[in-house]
Ligand binder design. Structure first.
Ligand code: PGA
Length: 250
């Protein structure tokens, strides 16, 4: 059976002190969540060290939100994969639409980042998703297929087995608009089909998360879909009660 995952992407929110409190609240409430659901939180880089202390020995996993596309050296302001893994994080979100859109991340850069993360033992939570105008033009399947092929098709099966995919329609992120369960299921199934073209049966084992205004009130319907294996949660991950409220929807 595929792993169920609920991951919280805190983005550029909370101070270190607030983040530590939020992590503590998530850990405290995590007992309510079914044991087969993996919980992950992705605070800003600056919080990783103290938050790692909070989640150590608990069921809550730790993720970074990005990493550098080089191993080390003269890259002012960047954070390398071994700096992330050295703090006890096991995951890294890569290719989030905000990185693609505001920081010019391309598929070529993402291939580098995904490979470096994997080589360091981190599991990338690899994000894909179409923009509003692309969906309106009926190009959503084409766009996500290209994103998958351009990056994930560069991996070996062994590497692919460590990837978590997150489908996040850009028009649904932080907008309050959610893809309907039908829209999400349809595209998740398509993503799995595309993965199967290259990776065969392994595609059945890859967790594909939905992201985009997921909240306690809509999580149940989304998670009930056969190809939706969890969620990547933004806004609702900033309140432990809402984050856990989503995770108990399985
Ligand atoms: P949202 O963000 O839940 O606030 O829409 C999701 C994400 O960008 O990961």
């Amino acid at each position: 059976m595929r792993k169920h995952i609920v991951a919280g992407n805190w983005k550029m929110n909370t101070t270190v002190a607030e983040g530590v409190e939020l992590a503590k609240a998530v850990v405290a409430a995590s007992a309510e969540v079914p044991a087969d659901v993996k919980l992950i939180i992705a605070p800003p880089f600056t919080h990783l060290y103290p938050v790692a202390e909070v989640v150590k020995g608990t069921r809550v996993g730790l993720s970074a939100q990005n990493c550098a596309d080089h191993v080390k050296g003269a890259y002012t302001g960047e954070v390398a994969v071994n700096m992330i893994s050295g703090l006890g994080a096991e995951y890294v979100i890569l290719g989030h639409s905000e990185r693609r859109e505001y920081y010019g991340e391309t598929d070529a850069t993402l291939v580098e980042k995904v490979k470096l993360a994997l080589a360091e033992g981190l599991s990338p939570i690899f994000c894909i998703g179409e923009k509003k105008e692309e969906r309106e033009a009926g190009r959503h399947f084409e766009v996500v297929t290209e994103q998958v092929k351009n990056v994930l098709f560069e991996l070996s099966a062994e590497e692919m087995a460590k990837i978590v995919v997150a489908y996040e329609p850009v028009w649904a992120i932080g907008t309050g608009l959610t893809a309907t369960a039908e829209q999400a299921q349809e595209i998740h199934a398509e993503i799995r089909k595309v993965l199967a073209e290259k990776f065969g049966e392994l595609a059945e084992e890859i967790s594909i998360l939905y992201g985009g205004s997921c909240k306690p009130s809509n999580a149940k319907e989304l998670f009930a879909c056969p190809d939706i294996d969890g969620g990547l949660i933004g806004g609702a991950a900033l309140k432990a009660e809402d984050f856990i409220g989503i995770a108990v929807s399985f």
